[in-house]
Structure formats: structure tokens, C-alpha cells
Design a binder for this molecule. Sequence first.
Ligand code: IMP
Ligand code: MG
Length: 175
Amino acid sequence: MSEKINVLVSEEEVTKRLKELGEQISKDYEGKEIHMICILKGGVFFMVDLSKRISVPVSLDFMSVSSYGNGTKSSGVVRIAKDLDESIEGKDVLIVEDIIDSGRTLYYLMDILKKRNPNSIRLCTLLDKPERREKDVKVDYVGFEIPDEFVVGYGLDYAQKYRNLPYIGVVEGVE
Ligand code: IMP
Ligand code: MG
């Protein structure tokens, strides 16, 4: 079975925005090193492409947190499925996420990571759905603010499908 997908943000728009974000982040972190933490799996595509646009030294780590099942609604349960490989103590951490929706996942994660004594911690998300926010999360870098619609592509999935689309699209008929 395959759903109809309508393009919301084109591949060209994503590429252009990545370049802008990379330049801004490189400027903000001048003279420093960035320890980028990717939130699996959705953040992978974004982190890989963004990191190539950053001119200061970068190291990478990965973390997997689950707050959703296979559907489109939050279960309200946030669980660390895979923790970081390395300590973040004293590092300038940049969390890279695919989308901030209710904010629950990041609210919980930020709290855990701040306790591990990084030198600084900032949040970068490809997409932000501000209308859906339930938890107050400070987002430092946003790729695109989008309306309250369920999106897929460029890392985002619908029941694990469509992550590999090079653009961001809305699945028809999904709420
Ligand atoms: P939050 O905890 O509600 O902010 O949820 C964040 C997570 O929910 C993201 O990392 C995604 O995995 C998932 N999510 C939220 N909205 C969407 C969407 O529109 N498409 C695909 N995944 C989504
Ligand atoms: Mg997901």
C-alpha cells in the first residue's frame, strides 16, 4: 500500500536552508568545537547534511529515544533506547532533531543531558510545529516552522516508511 504525498518543503528549499543554518552555526561557534548529538532515527539525514555545512571542528554521537509507537500520536512515554557512547562533560553540545512537536521528547532529554555537565547545550531542529507545543522547550536553530500536519521525508517516517524521501511532504489522509 502506498499513500499520496504532497510536497511541503522541496529538496531545493531544504538544501538552501541547510547552507544558511550551517553558516550561522559556524559563526556562533567560532573558535570552538561542536559535539553534535543526533536523535535517531529521524535526525540522521539532517545531521549528516548539516554537519557538512559546518566549518568548525565537529564530533558526532547518537542517541535513540522513543516517545511514539508506529502511529502518529504521542504515547506520552519517553524512553532511552540507546544512550550516548561518549561523555558530554565540558563539551559544547548541539542536539540535532528532526521535528519538535509536543516538545515532550526534548523537554525530557534536555533535562537528562544538562545533568551530565556539558559546557553548553543547544538545540537544532529541522522542523518545528509550534502550534502543537505542550512542553516549553527552547529551540536555538529551526530549519522550518510548519503547520500542524503530519509530515514525512528527509528522515521523518510514517510507520518507518518514507525517511529516504529527499523532500518533506504531507501524507494525504493522515492526522
Ligand atoms: P514530541 O515529543 O511530541 O516533540 O515528538 C517528537 C517526535 O515525534 C519526533 O522526533 C518524531 O519522531 C515524531 N513526530 C512528531 N511529528 C511528526 C510528524 O509530523 N511526522 C513524523 N514524525 C513526527
Ligand atoms: Mg519518529
